[in-house]
Design a protein around this ligand. Structure first.
Ligand code: FPP
Ligand code: MG
Length: 322
């Protein structure tokens, strides 16, 4: 992913634009909290029914232990919002939204393993391998990853197969070495090297976090039959919020408590991870995140009131406390 996209967008920004967006949101009286909680409840209900526990129960329980542990459900909500913006329905996108959360959960289970970040605490409870052992945790991740793709194909309704196929391909490349896996590899290689440059840091995060966030929005829009122009705008939106999300994640790792985060805070410093605050400091990092959110929201202007959920989600990303 090219980091030029961020620079180009940032160059076009006017300082007062962020007030304009806040004003737009207020003007339309869009209630982000109600929107997020309604969508989150819908996603929770769909996830709760997505994996039936059958023989051998242990593996299904391990998968559900992490999948149903709460979380912000940001990726599925982005998928639903992308679909709605492009004229589709929540029902049409729900299986893909669930699949995106299954994949995200898989990546967290594997990321927490002793061979990776060796974490004990996630989404406010012991990590999967702490409860089920490393062997079952690896398999629970594998089970979620493989199941996600079948789930999209077998559960999606009112979308034709030719429209569904590129959605599956998009999601697959977002997880493969071209996305999440590639970002994670570079992240592991850079551990202990605090002197990495901003391009390397951007590469890690545009792949490790950004690719799945982007695929979430785009897959939602693709299900609704969005054209190339819409997809390109949404792609630039998602890349910008993806990076802003990670910058805020790095800031929160320093400023929030483990209780607030539901995972071990202060971990980046502990393992000497290069982060945005380590390069820029906390205040400048927050400022950069704010600018990226503004750049993201600029892409949504042509969609008028249909853009409000995605604009509000972008605002939420910079204002969040966990
Ligand atoms: C959390 O980052 C980790 C990720 C967002 C992705 C990790 C990716 C993998 C483990 C690749 C697995 C993929 C397959 C297909 C098996 P973080 O450690 O910076 O954040 P944290 O503080 O939440 O742990
Ligand atoms: Mg980790």
């Amino acid at each position: 992913m090219n980091t030029q996209v961020f620079e180009q967008n940032l160059q076009n920004l006017q300082p007062e634009q962020h007030q304009i967006f806040e004003h737009e949101i207020a003007k339309a009286n869009f209630d982000l909290n109600s929107y997020l909680s309604e969508r989150k409840n819908q996603v929770e209900a769909a996830l709760a029914q997505s994996i039936e526990v059958v023989y051998p129960e242990k593996i299904y329980e391990a998968m559900n232990y992490s999948l149903l542990a709460g979380g912000k459900r940001l990726r599925p909500i982005l998928c639903l919002a992308g679909c709605e913006l492009a004229g589709g329905t929540v029902e049409m996108a729900m299986p893909t939204a669930c699949a995106v959360e299954m994949i995200h959960t898989m990546s967290l289970i594997h990321d927490d393993l002793p061979a990776m970040d060796n974490d004990d605490y996630r989404r406010g409870r012991p990590t999967n391998h702490k409860v089920y052992g490393e062997d079952i945790a690896i398999l629970a991740g594998d089970g979620l990853l493989a199941y996600a793709f079948g789930f999209i194909i077998s559960k999606t309704q009112d979308v034709s197969a030719p429209r569904l196929l590129p959605v599956v391909a998009k999601l697959s490349y977002a997880v493969a070495a071209t996305g999440l896996v590639g970002g994670q590899v570079l992240d592991l290689e850079c551990e202990g090297k605090q002197a990495i440059d901003v391009e390397t840091l951007n590469f890690i995060h545009t792949h490790k976090t950004g690719a799945l966030l982007e695929a979430s929005v785009l897959c939602g829009a693709m299900l609704a039959g969005a054209d190339d122009e819409v997809l390109q705008r949404l792609s630039r939106y998602a890349r910008n919020i993806g990076l802003a999300f990670q910058i805020i994640d790095d800031v929160l790792d320093i400023t929030a408590t483990s209780e607030e985060l539901g995972k071990t805070s202060g971990k980046d410093e502990q393992v000497q991870k290069a982060t945005y605050p380590s390069l820029w400091g906390i205040e400048e990092s927050k400022h950069q995140a704010r600018r990226l959110v503004d750049a993201a929201n600029i892409e949504l202007i042509p969609f008028k009131e249909k853009s409000l959920p995605l604009m509000a989600i972008a605002e939420y990303i910079t204002n969040r406390t966990h």
